[in-house]
Design a protein around this ligand. Structure first.
Ligand SMILES: [Zn+2]
Length: 81
């Protein structure tokens, strides 16, 4: 009797862990609306990838720049003479 209760509790515990793990995987793998978001490398604000300019640095690193950062870079470059 005690053994079957223990076995039942263990099974319940196991199922709870599986569901918890499954929920965690589901939550981290896809959050709606954030899959196309990327952070600007300069101001660290999140934007849709389509609104960002993408540049490859070296062999593997991708950097994204938003429009306002590029504009401020352009303004800074214009002041160089
Ligand atoms: Zn930016």
């Amino acid at each position: 009797m005690t053994l079957s209760i223990l076995a039942g509790l263990f099974l319940l515990f196991l199922v709870a862990i599986i569901f918890y793990g499954y929920g965690f995987v589901l939550k981290s793998s896809r959050r709606p609306g954030t899959e196309n978001m990327e952070q600007c490398s300069l101001c660290r604000n999140s934007f849709n990838k389509r609104a960002l300019v993408e540049r490859e640095i070296g062999d593997y690193k991708l950097m994204y720049f938003c429009k306002s950062c590029i504009t401020s870079l352009h303004d800074a470059a214009a002041r160089i003479h």
